[in-house]
Design a protein around this ligand. Structure first.
Ligand code: NAD
Ligand code: IPM
Ligand code: MN
Length: 352
């Protein structure tokens, strides 16, 4: 079980440390950890946010545990040198096109949601976000118009095959859950979205047991706070999925709780190669203070055991330890409490 660990910037190393403590406590057979530099720290040490040796380390591993990247001091760099290119590069270079972002309300946490408790209590959804395409990876640039002003532009595009493969992932996920899939797009305005909708409809023929609904992204953002319990699986493009998943995190209670798995097609001995990371970023506003909630990263490690190593029981053990810590009132600052990063790690370990 080879895991490449990329802690990154800001709170990345702080939350990753706690996830590693949990993994180490499970005493997994043949566990080998390699640590690599990504993001702003990698830029400072090696001149590039995703050094070749880091990428090689990822390729040689069965799974990647990723903290976060992002550093305000790097915001002025040319785009290809910015910390965020590390995560974008890993997703693209490793063919990790399927990003699973589950959002479920934990028992006892209903009152921490930004929504009314009875609305929040019903949340149990999975966002399947396409991760290798969309406006993220289209051509982009800044040009000067005839009248002399500058214009920034980014090309939004999806090829049929890109939509088809993520649609299959989403339909299969729905089959394993409540059998309901909502595809989110902006087909009333965007050609990219019309093609998305057409391809999803075609794929639906293979899954007669799944109920498919299409929803415009603006309505989806509204429905997500009006009645999030109506959603089972949501499938959407890279940009909409990014935004809706941060929104879903506050419906559950905090961005410090949401984990993710980014999967492609490469098989490992026990499952699928994947990259696992919290959905949040490097949180520069609280970095270095020991205040970050590590639960999202700990839960990401659980997803790693499930998807890359076929260790469902260990994954469930971690998830249950986190759920019990929350039920027992363990709260980080993001949830109105005063437990620090290490104390939350301790609380999870005690319940493991
Ligand atoms: P962010 O997710 O880092 O932080 C948003 C807010 O949530 C902040 O107030 C932060 O303190 C809080 N927060 C986030 N995670 C938390 C945690 N675990 N515990 C407690 N509070 C938490 O988003 P941002 O501020 O928009 O971005 C900061 C940097 O992170 C940027 O450089 C951005 O590009 C980067 N980023 C990276 C990733 C990634 O590595 N995958 C994801 C998102 C943002
Ligand atoms: C995320 C982040 C990234 C994204 C950034 C840092 C490139 O927001 O993982 O959600 O937009 O995908
Ligand atoms: Mn995001």
């Amino acid at each position: 079980m080879k895991i490449a660990v990329f802690p990154g910037d800001g709170i990345g190393p702080e939350v990753t440390r706690q996830a590693l403590r949990v993994l180490e406590a499970l005493d997994l057979p043949g566990l080998t950890l390699f640590e690599g530099d990504v993001g702003g720290i990698a830029y400072r040490r090696h001149g590039h946010p995703l050094p070749a040796e880091t990428l090689e380390m990822a390729r040689a591993a069965d799974a990647v545990l990723f903290g976060a990247v992002g550093d305000p001091a790097c915001d002025g760099l040319e785009r290809h040198l910015r910390p965020e290119q590390a995560i974008l590069g890993l997703r693209a270079q490793l063919g990790l096109f399927a990003n699973l972002r589950p959002a479920t309300t934990f028992a006892g946490l209903e009152t921490m949601s930004a929504l009314r408790p009875e609305v929040a209590a019903a949340i149990d959804l999975l966002i399947v976000r396409e991760l290798n395409g969309d406006v993220y990876f289209g051509d982009k640039g800044t040009r000067t118009l005839d009248d002399g002003q500058r214009q920034g532009w980014d090309m939004m595009a999806y090829a049929e095959g890109e939509v088809r493969r993520i649609a299959h992932i989403a339909f299969r996920a729905a089959q394993g859950r409540k059998g309901r899939l909502v595809s989110v797009d902006k087909a009333n305005v965007l050609e990219t979205s019309q093609l998305w909708r057409d391809v999803v409809n075609a794929v639906a023929a293979d899954y007669p047991d799944v109920t498919l609904e299409h929803m415009y992204v603006d309505n989806a953002a509204m429905q997500l706070v009006r009645e999030p319990g109506r959603f089972d699986v949501i499938v959407t493009g890279n940009l909409f999925g990014d935004i809706l998943s941060d929104q879903a995190s506050m419906c559950v209670g905090s961005i410090g709780l949401l984990a993710s798995a980014s999967l492609g097609e490469r098989a490992t001995d026990f499952g699928t190669f994947g990259l696992y990371e919290p959905i949040h970023g490097s949180a520069p506003d609280i970095a270095g203070q020991g205040r970050a909630n590590p639960m999202a990263t700990i839960l990401s490690a659980a997803m790693m055991l499930r998807h890359s190593f076929g260790r469902e029981a260990d994954a469930a053990r971690i998830e249950s330890a986190v759920a019990r810590a929350l039920a027992d009132g363990v709260r980080g600052g993001d949830l109105g409490g005063d437990a620090g990063t290490a104390a939350i790690g301790d609380a999870v370990l005690e319940r493991l």
